[in-house]
Each structure stands twice: as structure tokens, then as C-alpha cells.
Design a protein around this ligand. Structure first.
Ligand code: PRP
Ligand code: ZN
Ligand code: MG
Length: 226
């Protein structure tokens, strides 16, 4: 059974912004892998620590289901999915173990360039497109604003031009995507970066010892960087 697995399993993004820095950081921790045929599972050679290459959205669920022990994922993904669990009455099943200092971005409210921004109250009664409905609803509640949340899984920035929404709430890194869609950021919902995610409770047994070793090396590698 999965509880007796004696190798640690870490999920990272298969491709995308966090993929390469995640592998570089794990290499700095002394890990290396033999890539298997499908390239989705990498067998750890120097330590019994294997890598699983997946979509970043799937990482919290893999930890919740104990398919993986740890994962490198954006705080934004972790926070949204933790909020989803809370909203449906499920207990927390993962948490942030370490901030990793790369992949910095923010989840931001953005409105058309032409708007004269006066504050959150301006969003009252408006439609806001986002892939982060839980985090957006929490922010709206904190600001005391009643708006309609339109859930989209991608291409959120184009929604105002398509007439699907009046504003958006999406990740901003360089700001180029917003600018290309004639939108401007006006408020921050969440400051994000890549994090090491793990279960709520510490791992036990062999995997607990491996995780401890990895954390010590990770903390050393992060200190050298700062
Ligand atoms: C993110 C985000 C924005 C874009 C912002 O998408 O959803 O679309 O990056 O970056 P910028 O401010 O540097 O232009 P990503 O490319 O990570 O793909 P995804 O939306 O499919 O996850
Ligand atoms: Zn081997
Ligand atoms: Mg995007």
C-alpha cells in the first residue's frame, strides 16, 4: 500500500515557468534522476527520491491523496485549492512548508486601461473573470464588495474584450499579458511565489527521514542564494 512506500516522491511542474528552477534547486540539494521513457517519472539515483512531472494544478490533489509526498507549486494554486476544500467542508490536506524565492508573481485585480480607478467599490455589480474564484470571493468579502465572479480556466485576460467580464483577477508577473490586453493592475489579492508543499502533518518513517534530509539541504541551498 501507499503508506508503506519507502521512496520519497516529489511532484514538480512538467513544463512552464516553475519547471526548470524547481529541477535546478533539487539538483543543488544533491538529487539526480534517471529519466524514464515517458519522461513523466524520474527515478532518483543518488537518493531514494523520485520525481513526478505533472500539471501544477494537480500537485495539491496528489499530496492530498498521498500519491506524492511533496510538491513544488505556486502559493496561488495551493491557496485556491485549500480554499476550495474549506468551502466544501473538507479538512486541510496540504500546506506550505517553505517559500522558495523564485517564481514571484501576484494575483491581481485588473481593469480596462480607460477606467479611472477609484477603489474596490467600483467593482460593485460588475463581472470579474478569474481562474481563482475562491481567493477572489474572499477578497471581495474582505472589501465588502458584491460582484459577479465568472470562472474561466484560461485566457482570462481576453474576457473583457469578448464581453464576458468587466474586469479580471489573474496572475501578473512582468505585466506584459495585461498590457497586451489593454488592462491595468489596480489591487493585489495575493503575493505569490513557488513554495514547497507537503502534508499538514509531518511525514513518518523512512519518508519522514528523507524529507528531513531534503529540508536541511534545501534550507542550506536557499541560504546560499540569499
Ligand atoms: C500566467 C498568468 C498570465 C501570465 C502573466 O500564465 O495566467 O496569463 O502568466 O504573466 P506576465 O505578467 O509576465 O505577462 P502562464 O503563462 O503561467 O500560463 P497559464 O495561465 O496557462 O498557467
Ligand atoms: Zn536506480
Ligand atoms: Mg495565464
Amino acid at each position: 500500500g501507499r503508506a508503506e512506500r519507502e521512496r520519497l516522491r516529489i511532484a514538480i511542474q512538467k513544463s512552464g515557468r516553475l519547471a526548470e528552477p524547481a529541477r535546478t534547486l533539487l539538483s543543488a540539494c544533491g538529487l539526480d534522476w534517471r529519466v524514464q521513457g515517458d519522461r513523466l517519472f524520474c527515478h532518483g539515483e543518488s537518493l531514494p527520491v523520485d520525481l513526478l512531472l505533472v500539471r501544477d494544478d494537480d500537485i495539491p490533489g496528489l499530496i492530498a491523496d498521498q500519491v506524492c509526498d511533496l510538491g513544488f507549486v505556486g502559493r496561488n494554486v495551493l491557496a485556491e485549492q485549500d480554499g476550495e476544500r474549506r468551502a466544501s467542508g473538507q479538512p486541510s490536506a496540504f500546506r506550505e512548508w517553505r517559500a522558495l524565492g523564485f517564481g514571484a508573481c501576484r494575483l491581481a485585480l485588473a481593469v480596462p486601461d480607460g477606467w479611472q480607478w477609484t477603489g474596490p467599490g467600483q467593482l460593485a455589480g460588475r463581472r470579474i473573470a478569474t481562474s481563482y474564484p475562491v481567493l477572489l470571493r474572499e477578497w471581495l468579502a474582505r472589501e465588502g464588495v458584491d460582484a459577479d465572479v465568472v470562472r474561466l480556466s484560461g485566457s482570462v485576460e481576453i474576457a473583457p474584450r469578448l464581453g464576458q467580464a468587466d474586469a479580471v483577477c489573474d496572475l501578473v508577473s512582468s505585466g506584459a499579458t495585461l498590457a497586451a490586453n489593454q488592462l491595468k493592475p489596480v489591487a493585489t489579492v495575493l503575493e505569490s511565489e513557488a513554495v514547497l508543499a507537503g502534508p499538514v502533518e509531518p511525514l513518518e518513517g523512512v519518508r519522514g527521514e528523507l524529507a528531513g534530509l531534503l529540508l536541511r539541504r534545501l534550507d542550506g541551498a536557499l541560504q546560499v542564494r540569499n
